[in-house]
Design a protein around this ligand. Structure first.
Ligand SMILES: [Zn+2]
Length: 186
């Protein structure tokens, strides 16, 4: 199966509930609320991969309510991509503002040019994962954007300070409103 077929298959497995709807997990972490744990194993497992159906998967997901999914590392990575792409495109339409959550700011540096900042939002209680809000370049436009999102001045100051040293920053307890989504063109 090529990647296109695998992606289609992953979407079917998500739709049928055979693959859980969860945000991407680091190895060993447990997702709230489903209690799903991702385990990466060095040696191949005896079962077939749930995505491509071939032998020797090396990643397992265990569910708190029972059940197991075995995947190849490559199939797992593809599943992650599909989930991220879906959350990305479907996010703003799937949340019902006003909703409270965490604003994520990711800094992407490209050589000597001013840094690009990608803003995404993750609701406190949803299965959607993070979704894209806006992209901007440079500190002043970022400050404007954060003001539009209702981030208080002191929090903006902290964010700028952190982003000078770190590639990402989170601002918790942001109330996302319909007016903000409109303002961002979402
Ligand atoms: Zn596979």
């Amino acid at each position: 199966m090529d990647h296109h077929e695998l992606r289609a298959r992953i979407r079917r497995l998500i739709a049928s509930g055979d693959l859980p709807t969860i945000s991407p997990l680091a190895s060993g972490t447990v997702s709230a609320p489903g209690g799903i744990r991702r385990i990466s194993i060095e040696r191949p497992l005896p079962d077939l991969c749930s995505i491509c159906g071939e032998a020797n998967p090396t990643v397992a997901y265990t569910y708190a309510k029972g059940g197991l999914v075995f995947l190849h590392a490559a199939c797992d990575a593809l599943w992650r991509q599909v989930r991220e792409a879906e959350a990305w495109s479907a996010g703003p339409r799937r949340v019902h503002p006003p909703t409270r959550g965490v604003l994520h700011i990711e800094c992407r540096k490209r050589g000597d040019e001013p840094s690009e900042y990608v803003l995404s939002f993750r609701g406190d209680k949803d299965g959607v994962g993070a979704f894209y809000l806006a992209k901007t370049t440079g500190f002043d436009p970022l400050t404007d954007l954060l003001r539009k999102l209702g981030v208080p001045g002191p929090s903006i100051a902290i964010a700028l300070q952190v982003l000078m040293a770190e590639p990402r920053h989170k601002i918790p307890n942001l109330l996302l409103t319909q007016a903000m989504l409109r303002e961002l063109g979402l």
